[in-house]
Design a protein around this ligand. Structure first.
Ligand SMILES: C[S@@+](CC[C@H](N)C(=O)[O-])C[C@H]1O[C@@H](n2cnc3c(N)ncnc32)[C@H](O)[C@@H]1O
Length: 279
């Protein structure tokens, strides 16, 4: 199932327009592999037929399905470990500062199938159980992909998925076996609010956040889109909050008002102080 060059060019433009994701010209093979199951499922002969349907449709579900299929949803529990250790070390100070309001907001801003926000929930249960009673603790988990989000909401993971990042002790404590898979515990589910959110569009409904995890998504955007997203993130991040990017992502060369800090085995960013922003 090969795709013709004009159809590939159409898909790249569509993906960029809908999600901000810039797909390299060399990634034709990837699109073919990812769209093959979508074409088959719709009973189409090949990917060109799928793209022809896409060009002539007003069905937003088909656009969503194709865009989501082209994206990378790779994730795992406690991915890269170091950011979670850094967050665990930062939290006592954050909790002290929020002691009057008794509110903590963490945003997992491209949460894929949910492993990242559920890792945060497990971290809070393991290391900060006292704030989970009497405090309003919110882990807001967003993604563009409805398909990824519905898996995240379902909270059911295969043996292989749980083996990536979870010790058997954590798995047995926070999951129960269900129909050959592992279902995340209610005490973790209840901390996480899922919502669909496109990072390339305004997100007025987000509350001020203490911590933001924007990991392994910026690398799919071009530089102007990265700068735009990071600039708007500063409005959502509290002036004493912290922003985490993925291990291969950096703000190097972007003069957009963040200061880089060293954590435990990773870096994170804080907004440069301005006199007007509320803490
Ligand atoms: C590689 S996953 C990262 C998951 C997780 N943050 C991690 O580091 O393990 C990238 C996610 O970004 C999402 N994404 C891509 N473009 C997006 C956009 N414009 N707005 C919101 N999410 C987007 C994809 O749907 C995908 O689930």
């Amino acid at each position: 199932m090969k795709i013709s060059s004009p159809q590939f060019a159409f898909l790249r433009t569509l993906l960029k327009r809908v999600s901000g994701v810039s797909l390299d010209e060399s990634k034709q093979y990837l699109v073919e592999a990812r769209l093959r199951p979508v074409a088959r499922q719709r009973g189409l002969d090949d990917i060109d037929a799928l793209v022809t349907l896409l060009r002539n449709t007003s069905d937003p579900h088909l656009v969503d399905e194709v865009v989501c299929a082209m994206m990378t949803h790779e994730t795992s529990f406690f991915r890269d470990k170091a950011p979670f250790e850094t967050i665990a070390r930062m939290l006592p100070e954050v909790i002290k500062r929020r002691g009057v309001m008794k509110q903590l907001v963490i945003w997992s801003a491209a949460c894929s199938t949910g492993q990242e926000p559920y890792s945060l929930a497990m971290l809070l249960h393991e290391r900060f159980p006292t704030i989970l009673s009497g405090w309003r603790v919110r882990i807001i988990a967003s993604d563009l992909s409805q398909i990824a989000l519905s898996r995240a909401r379902e909270g059911l993971y295969s043996e292989l998925e749980t083996s990536r990042g979870l010790t058997p002790v954590l798995r047995n404590k926070y999951f129960r076996p269900l129909q050959g898979r592992w279902s995340i515990a209610q005490n973790c589910r209840s901390l996480v609010e899922f919502r669909q959110l496109n990072l390339t569009q305004p997100w007025q409904t987000m509350p001020p956040c203490d911590l933001i995890l924007l990991r392994n998504v910026l690398l799919y955007f071009d530089v102007p889109t990265r700068i735009d997203v990071l600039t708007r993130m500063k409005q959502t991040l509290r002036s004493d909050g912290g922003l985490f990017l993925g291990g291969a992502e950096t703000m190097l060369g972007m003069d957009i008002g963040y200061e880089r800090k060293s954590g435990t085995g990773c870096s994170y960013y804080i907004p440069l102080k301005t006199p007007t922003r509320a803490a």
